[in-house]
Write a protein that binds this ligand. Structure first.
Ligand code: ADP
Ligand code: MG
Length: 383
């Protein structure tokens, strides 16, 4: 069998490992034209959320009566409401065009740049549904300043609904990195408008995803948030041991069963690390050797941002946690301070998403790889 190529970008198809349950559930629910259930995917950065979304999209590609629209809000050129609106319109109409469900092939980007009269004339010669033509005219009127902006996002988000009705399809709209929306002016207001609009829609199912827990909580997960109970939450977790093993055998064409445990422990099962180590070392030799080589080659650059967030004392605490210390008392000795002082550092470290609370009074490092690199670099402790 041809071995897979290690990738730092999202993966789909043959090289997509594990996550069978969530892919199956989303595929089934979103692929059912009668269901309007939507989802909220959350999980730490680089855990594989985008890959899951793309994999689901792939599974639904051949369904005739379902159109899946994918848009990452991370790629927005700026945080203006105009840009956000246009990107949504483009993504929705492009997806319908790709499925040959619209009677015009001219790119919507181009269309929106032409004067209304020209567009109307152009499209009136096609067999376009009156409702779709009317909707495109409305969108154009905003763009050309002939309509005030109050209802813009509502109408933009209605595009999928209008097309869904006109073509008897269900429109699944995936907004990846959804919390970025709160960076747009009056972002929280936009989220609420979207929610109200979504409630009224019959042909649209929404899927959102994001990694910043706090922000996602304010939009979807906490009780006071607009999308609470509207979207089914799905926590995407790192790979299990079995999935790490599957990954290695698929990507290397052989397993290193005896060493899976070590790799699993240090990477925490984060697919990104498995790919990244593979890309820079090909897993030649032992896992220890591969990880060392990886940290040597990539660590300084890769952890630059993390390290800049830490004070000297915090660094020592992180190393302590990496070495298996868990309680305030155990950590306090390392920095020659009272346990209560350590107690003040930890909430900070949790806020920076470096430490997680394991249980009462016990703390853990989120990313062991970072701990290992820090220990090597800071204590010059290279094996
Ligand atoms: N199911 C998977 N199988 C193999 N590699 C994966 C899988 N999911 C993610 N990856 C790898 O992990 C990294 C991060 O994936 P991505 O989907 O972009 O995560 P997220 O969207 O959560 O940040 C990429 O390098 C990708 O190739
Ligand atoms: Mg992503």
């Amino acid at each position: 069998m041809k071995k897979a190529e290690f990738l730092l970008t999202p993966v789909v198809g043959k090289y997509f490992v594990g996550r069978e349950d969530v892919v199956k559930e989303l595929g089934k629910e979103l692929g059912n034209p009668k269901s309007r259930i939507g989802f909220c995917l959350y999980g730490r950065r680089r855990v594989g959320k985008t890959s899951v979304l793309m994999e689901v999209k792939d599974h639904l590609a051949n369904k005739r009566n379902v159109v899946v629209v994918y848009l990452s809000l991370y790629d927005l050129a700026d945080f203006s409401i105009e840009t956000l609106g246009e990107e949504i319109i483009n993504a929705v109409i492009d997806a319908y065009q790709e499925k040959n469900l619209l009677p015009f092939t001219i790119k919507i980007r181009k269309l929106l740049e032409a004067p209304i009269e020209v567009v109307t004339e152009l499209l009136s010669n096609t067999k376009i549904e009156a409702s779709v033509l009317e909707h495109i005219k409305i969108l154009l009127e905003y763009k050309q300043g002939r309509r005030n902006y109050t209802n813009y996002i509502r109408d933009v988000f209605n595009t999928g609904e209008v097309l869904g009705k006109a073509t008897s399809t269900k429109c699944v709209i995936i907004l990846d990195e959804f919390p970025e929306m709160t960076k747009v002016e009056n972002g929280m207001q936009l989220v609420k408008i979207l929610r109200t609009q979504y409630e009224k829609q019959e042909k649209t199912a929404l899927v959102i995803s994001g990694s910043i827990k706090k922000t996602l909580e304010t939009v979807a997960l906490s009780e006071a948030s607009p999308f609470y109970k509207q979207l089914v939450p799905k926590h995407i977790m790192p790979f299990s041991r079995e999935e790490v093993e599957k990954f290695l055998s698929l990507y290397l064409g052989k397993t290193k069963t005896d060493e899976v445990e070590k790799l699993y422990q240090l990477t925490g099962g984060l697919p990104f690390y498995l790919q990244f180590i593979g890309r820079s070392t090909g897993y030649a030799g032992s896992i220890d050797k591969a990880i060392n080589q990886f940290l040597e080659q990539e660590g300084d650059l890769f952890f630059k941002e993390e390290i800049e967030k830490l004070s000297e004392k915090e660094k020592i605490i992180v190393i302590g946690l990496f070495q298996g210390k868990k309680t305030l008392t155990e950590l306090a000795n390392d920095i020659n301070e009272a346990p209560t002082t350590v107690g003040r550092y930890l909430p900070e470290l949790i806020g920076k998403e470096i430490v997680v609370k394991e249980s009462r009074g016990k703390y853990e490092l989120l990313d062991k790889m970072f701990g290992l690199w820090l220990k090597r670099t800071y204590l010059h402790d290279v094996k």
